[in-house]
Write a protein that binds this ligand. Structure first.
Ligand SMILES: O=C(O)c1ccccc1NCC(=O)[C@H](O)[C@H](O)COP(=O)(O)O
Length: 259
């Protein structure tokens, strides 16, 4: 069993448990459920193009930073021009929680990506109820039909969809309704990072779709390389989070890159 299989196995149990505690009708009662969402399509163009991620730990890197709070970090990310923030809500593998989104929602005015492993309709209602604007669908955990059905559901809740792919085979998961296609530079089965692999895959995407380069952007050269290859957006976590002050590090990066 690879790490992704383990994550999905556990996620299934967690969703079953969550459903037994809180119904979809109860989720709809949340103060955020009816809120108009913020569009990443807009901020991707009007801001730096970077989706900065709040991530305490990961299966590939262990603890990255467990000393900072989501609010101190993401308000700096917003201040220095992040197009959106990605916030992990998976607890067991990434040390995240719904509280990480709830604690910042009323304090920032850029889209929030709920970063989790979406395998059940219920999780889309959860995402909406905690104030997320965008959800991630990971092609390797879903069938093309599920991607299509979940995209429809997300849109009915006014959530945008980032579909993540990693291989040529997963190109068939793309449908015309997904808002963004993310190409993960990291193979989630063995954690190998290969930027050129992503560029090769990007060249096979439909021309009119927003493309996001995800993961393993470890320095300025990586960023410049991917930007020059035409990616519209960049999802970056560890490079900023591993610093004592991730927000400041992002500020320095933006100013060096002149974005
Ligand atoms: O990062 C991992 O170890 C990981 C393992 C299994 C599934 C997902 C994983 N990461 C989620 C992500 O997509 C990254 O956090 C995100 O793209 C940012 O990556 P990075 O800039 O390398 O922190």
């Amino acid at each position: 069993m690879n790490i992704l299989d383990k994550i999905i196995e556990r996620k299934k149990q967690e969703v079953t448990e969550a459903k037994s505690k809180i119904s979809i009708e109860q989720l709809k009662d949340s103060e955020f459920f009816g809120r108009p969402t913020l569009s990443l399509k807009k901020t991707l163009k009007s801001k730096s193009g970077i989706i900065t991620e709040f991530k305490r730990q990961s299966p590939s890197k262990g603890i990255i930073n467990n000393k900072v709070s989501p609010l101190e970090v993401v308000s700096q990310y917003e201040k220095f021009g992040a197009s959106a923030v990605s916030i992990l809500t998976d607890k067991y593998f990434f040390g995240g929680s719904f509280e990480d989104i709830l604690s910042v929602r009323n304090h920032i005015n850029i889209p929030i990506l709920r970063k989790d492993f979406m395998i059940d309709e219920y999780q889309f209602y959860e995402a909406k109820s905690i104030g997320a604007d965008v959800v991630l669908l990971i092609a390797s955990c879903l069938s093309p039909t599920q991607v299509s059905e979940f995209t429809e559901l997300a849109h009915s809740l006014d959530l945008e969809v980032l579909l993540e792919i990693h291989s040529e085979e997963e190109l068939k998961h793309i449908n015309k309704n997904v808002d963004f296609v993310g190409i993960n530079n990291r193979n989630l089965k063995d954690f190998k990072v290969d930027l050129q692999h992503s560029v090769d895959l990007k060249n096979q995407l439909p021309k009119d779709i927003f493309s996001i380069a995800e993961s393993g952007i470890y320095n300025e050269e990586d960023f410049i390389f991917l930007k020059e290859k035409g990616f519209d957006g960049f999802l970056m976590g560890e490079y900023f989070m591993k610093n004592e002050n991730p927000g400041e590090k992002f500020g320095e990066f933006v100013s060096k890159m002149r974005i």
